[in-house]
Design a protein around this ligand. Structure first.
Ligand code: G6P
Length: 369
């Protein structure tokens, strides 16, 4: 087992560091000689896409969180309305499904029982099914009409890391491909976004350079607490959800994610002297709003750990600690923002003496409903 960890103490850390490569592989294997997106296992033509009037993205756990970002990407680029739902809820919510519905399933393993059941249900009602999965030939892949394989490589750690970032890349590519076929974006914008995606592997590597600071400074603060809040707006709210899940899974700190704008509607009552608040403020258009939310919680005693883009140094006036990510287009920031959140969860769990790769009560793949 030690050999397969490639010199790392845990699979989780190894897999965190495999992300520059996973992101790169997922991307370049889908770019043809002309630098355009070519999705060989997705057979949807322009006519097929024009028929689609609603997309459901359905998944569990971390894959669900990737699906929340997927909604942003598809709505922004391809201009199709998207609803992202949890698989175990979707099945019992009487979703509006017909032959003009596209169901996108996200599953690292391709074997999650609730996700598979959602697939069968939607298919029986006439939906077209596209899956984003990491396992070739998995049940979900086999039963789908179209497949996008993430190139994360095998993920062993129960807490999902590289599967998530490669799922995000998949969504950006699917959304851009749909958009150029439908004509909802210009060729120029399409090319520009592909160029920006190509920069991501290097930026991922750069974001991971915050490891020492996260390990030696930030994790040592957070480990002292038994509860924490994660705040964000827009895309960052989805990242707050993933960050909170990650820390719950492996360090057993009770963490809750909130849309920062909802704070004043109840959540702020929970803030006391020393309560840790991880404030995610990577979206330029929402930055000022996030700053005031940070000031609000800090005025009530919160210990604020912020995540922001490098150019937004102003964040320092409202935070106790800041973790920077490289400057990036807002829409693509998620691929970077999750990295410090993963490292933070990992090092807090280590500080608390938890079994990182095999957290209590959890399974890598849940094959019962
Ligand atoms: C389990 C794992 C999670 C994972 C979820 C969905 O709960 O512990 O890490 O996100 O299942 O798994 P899937 O294989 O469908 O992505």
């Amino acid at each position: 087992e030690a050999a397969s960890k490639g010199g790392y103490d845990h699979f989780m850390l190894k897999e965190i560091y495999e992300q520059p490569n996973g992101v790169k592989e997922t991307l370049i294997r889908r770019l043809n000689a002309d630098g355009e997106i070519q999705l060989d296992d997705i057979k949807m033509t322009k006519e097929d896409l024009d028929k689609i009037n609603r997309v459901y993205i359905v998944a569990c756990g971390t894959a669900y969180h990737a699906g929340l970002v997927g909604k942003f990407a598809i709505e922004k680029f391809a201009k199709i309305p998207v609803i992202t739902d949890i698989a175990s809820e979707f099945r019992y919510s009487n979703p509006f499904i017909d032959e003009n519905t596209l169901l996108i399933l996200v599953s690292q393993s391709g074997e999650t029982a609730d996700t598979l059941a959602a697939l069968r249900e939607a298919k029986s009602k006439g939906a077209r099914v596209l899956s984003v999965t990491n396992v070739v030939g998995s049940s979900i892949a086999r039963e789908s009409d179209d497949v996008f394989y993430t190139w994360a490589g095998p993920e062993v750690s129960v807490a999902s890391t590289k599967a998530y970032t490669t799922q995000l890349v998949s969504f950006y590519m699917i959304a851009l491909d749909f958009a150029i076929k439908k004509g909802t974006i210009t060729r120029e914008y399409y090319n520009e976004m592909i160029e920006k995606l190509k920069e991501m592997p290097e930026l991922v590597e750069k974001a991971l350079e915050q490891e020492t600071y996260i390990k030696d400074v930030v994790a040592k603060e957070l480990k002292k607490s038994n509860s924490a809040f994660y705040l964000g707006r827009g895309l960052d709210y989805n990242l707050a959800m993933e960050g909170a899940l990650k820390i719950k899974e492996i360090s057993y700190i009770h963490a809750e994610a909130f849309a920062a704008g909802e704070l004043k509607h109840g959540t702020i009552a929970l803030i006391e002297e020393g309560t840790p608040v991880v404030a995610i403020a990577t979206q330029d258009n929402l930055f000022e709003k996030m700053l005031s939310n940070m000031e609000e919680v800090r005025a009530r005693g919160a210990y604020v750990i912020a995540v922001a883009q490098e150019h937004n140094k102003e964040v320092e006036k409202a935070a106790d600690k800041v973790i920077y990510i490289p400057n990036v287009d807002d829409i693509l920031s998620s691929i970077l923002t999750v990295l410090p959140l993963q490292l933070l969860s990992y090092y807090v769990a280590i500080e608390r003496g938890c079994d990182v790769d095999k957290p209590r009560n959890l399974a890598k793949s849940v094959t019962v409903e």
